[in-house]
Design a protein around this ligand. Structure first.
Ligand code: ADP
Length: 292
């Protein structure tokens, strides 16, 4: 099973990723964790990333793409993986598409954990308090100021991925405001519904299975959620006007977003230049590796 977890800081990606790891025996690839390890070990990548991460900025694409590309080549990836924190921008998503294509790996689904933004600060504050209570080292970017920057960066750079993957019929949206247990159950249920676990054995793509099995019904957009309407996001958001196939029997929990209306001209041209940049980054990484 090969998944991407998408959601703002504090959405519960790490918690759910761990549960998926346990249930399916797949590997969690968290670029945040990998970068923090690199910072702690003071590797050249860590030295480059340290200040950027502390301020809530994004580490250059070239670095994260290279880290992911290397990791995907490891033998323990055979059973599958969950990407957490990558891709974080459209160019990174395009680069990932290229990498997966080159490595003949198929992505099963992208799970978006949708949460109410007003709950995030409190969640991160609780996480910090719990870590302190356990005597663990607290992330230096888990402060209200840096969190605000990380959230802004999520909104402007990462949220467009919701549109990106919904267009490619990969997106599954889960209500991340439910309890941890409920979210886990919901994720497991939708993965079963799309046959992600069995997809390899059956030698068919879950996308195809899903198109057959799931009736197209109204999208499940909770009014509590914070994703912006298409008008606010220049057509890149997750609007209610779009068709979405509902995986869930219960209302308002999970949606599978199918192909949508074509993006505007501006979005299309951004995509082209982003694609160019991403391809360049992948080429650079491949070249470097060939040299080495
Ligand atoms: P968050 O809870 O903000 O999602 P992460 O642990 O995923 O935290 O990431 C922490 C930091 O690591 C980010 O703020 C960023 O500086 C860096 N980082 C992680 N993944 C990426 C990525 N894909 N691209 C660029 N920077 C990244």
């Amino acid at each position: 099973m090969r998944l991407i977890l998408l959601g703002p800081p504090g959405a519960g990606k790490g918690t759910q990723a761990q549960r998926l790891v346990q249930r399916y025996g797949i590997i969690q690839l968290s670029t945040g964790e990998m970068l923090r390890a690199a910072v702690a070990a003071q590797t050249p990548v860590g030295l480059k990333a340290k200040d950027i991460m502390a301020s809530g900025g994004l580490v250059p694409d070239e670095i994260v793409i290279a880290i992911i590309s290397d990791r995907l080549d490891q033998p323990d990836m055979a059973r599958g993986f969950i990407l957490d924190g990558f891709p974080r921008t459209v160019p990174q998503a395009i680069a990932l598409d290229d990498l997966l294509k080159k490595k003949h790996i198929r992505l099963d689904a992208v799970i978006e954990l949708r949460v109410n933004e007003s709950a995030l600060l409190q969640r991160v504050e609780s996480r910090v308090a719990e870590m302190r209570a356990r005597g663990e080292e607290v992330r230096i970017d888990d402060t209200p100021e840096v969190l605000a920057k990380r959230l802004a960066s999520y909104r402007s750079l990462t949220e467009p991925l919701i549109h990106y993957y919904s267009e490619r019929r990969k997106l599954l949206t889960v209500d991340g405001m439910m309890t941890i247990e409920h979210v886990t159950r919901e994720i497991n249920r939708i993965l079963a519904a799309i046959g992600a676990g069995e997809a390899k054995a059956a030698n068919k793509t879950p996308g195809k299975a899903l198109r057959k099995a799931v009736p197209v019904r109204r999208p499940a957009r909770g009014s509590k959620t914070t994703a912006k309407s298409p008008s606010k996001t220049g057509g890149k958001g997750t609007g209610t006007s779009r068709k979405a196939a509902k995986v869930s029997g219960k209302a308002g929990k999970t949606t599978f977003r199918g192909p949508k209306r074509s993006p505007g001209k501006a979005a299309a041209s951004t995509k082209v230049s982003a694609a160019g940049r991403a391809r360049k980054a992948v080429k650079k990484v491949t070249k470097k590796r060939a040299k080495a």
